[in-house]
Write a protein that binds this ligand. Structure first.
Ligand SMILES: [Zn+2]
Ligand SMILES: [Zn+2]
Length: 128
């Protein structure tokens, strides 16, 4: 009789461990989906500066024709800023072999550095 009770306790304990394991697994999965959403944000937009239609690739954050950007992120990719001011390209620097544009919001002064893409107007880039 005592042995049976012990088994019952053990059974309840293992059920608890099992349940919490699945709960944490489900949580991890949810977090992963959220992270994916955070990183890739495919969207097309029309440049508010020059009117060029920019096809989004998930990482697009500025217009390749005039290099202007829009203040939509607080942290890269989160689209959480409600400023929506135009961001002027104020300078360019080379970092680890890559060109990085400095954008400054003309509405609130927020400064952000953005990697360039192969589609960016290279002549314009060099003249910054
Ligand atoms: Zn543009
Ligand atoms: Zn701003």
């Amino acid at each position: 009789m005592i042995i049976k009770q012990r088994y019952k306790k053990l059974w309840i304990l293992s059920r608890k461990i099992f349940n919490s394991y699945f709960l944490s697994l489900a949580l991890t999965l949810t977090l992963n989906i959220k992270t994916k959403k955070f990183k890739r944000n495919i969207e097309d937009f029309t440049c508010s500066e020059c009117g060029f239609f920019v096809e989004g690739n998930g990482y697009t954050n500025h217009c390749p024709k005039c290099l202007w950007s829009k203040h939509v992120d607080i942290n890269p990719g989160d689209r959480k800023s409600d400023c929506l001011g135009s961001m002027e390209p104020t300078g360019v620097e080379v970092k680890a072999g890559e060109y990085v544009i400095t954008h400054q919001c003309i509405k609130c002064g927020f400064v952000r550095k953005n990697k360039t893409t192969k589609d960016d107007d290279f002549n314009l880039l060099l003249n910054l």
